[in-house]
Ligand binder design. Sequence first.
Ligand code: MG
Length: 354
Amino acid sequence: MGFNKLTAPLGGSTALARSAALLSNSGCDRLVITVTEDTRPAAEALALPVPLTLCEGGATRGRSVLNALRAASGQKGDIAVIHDAARCFQTEAAVRAAIASAKETGSGVSALPMTDSVFRKDGSAPLDRASLVCTQTPQAFRFEEILSAYEQAGEQAATDDAALYARFIGPVTFTPGDPLGRKLTAPADWDWAKAMTCHPRTGTGFDTHVLGEGRKLILGGVEIPYEKGLIAHSDGDVLLHALMDALLGAASLGDIGHLFPDKDPRYKNISSRVLLREVDARLREQGFTVTHVDVTVIAQRPKLAPFFPQARRNIAEDLNIPLDAVSLKATTTEGMNDEGRGLCISAQAVANII
Ligand code: MG
């Protein structure tokens, strides 16, 4: 099954779930969703406050709507509200306005004023845009009338329900739509949808390792000449350990002790850069993007600043982010505490993700 814009993760939900919630929160007392083989499992998993019926979609939009109207026939309700699930950010106000108008006049079709000039392709003078609207969904109608329009249309094509209503029943009443009711069709629409649902998240991390003889000192994946190194099951890269915990924390994915247990022989003396790349992969699997990380290393000795340019490059490479999205700093504790006495090195980190 490939990418499906209706069921793909979208800000902790999906377009399908957002649209279903929109309708059930806006006055619809039951839903019928047309599904394909791809979308059926996601539709079956929806938890809604109103009864839900699933029916097979058709080869065309019109055929799908007719299937849904027939599936809804005989159920309670005199207004049918037809909505494209791909317009998942449509507002409740637009849905309520369409329903109210359908009750009063027979139809309520969400529409927007034209903001662009409209020309015929022959290049003649533009149409009067003040007399034009662009239709969206929802489109609400008296149930029996829109069902009759669809039955009369048979296999005739129509771009939307309002077109059939106008042809077979009568003039349509337009109600205020909303620019948020944009249909997710092109890749740029999907990028817009991602931006609409992007909530920045922050995580923090802290780690300490004891300095001991006979170990290499590795920080940020750089081997630093020093008479001691950090004692650990892995390479003891305290900088990357704090960073990984910050990243996992931002994504609420636990911590590195849980992910890479120090009892597991696979991680004995492993380069922490390998683990960092694994953490990055876990975040990407969940749809997260790292936007900025900042790590402070707390050490009395040795001087770390000369090694930070390489460490920044390593981190930027492992996380696939720009160099200026990686900040590294070092501080001493002026001889105080275990770091100040040269017994250990610590690091604290903050990671921002979207
Ligand atoms: Mg550690």
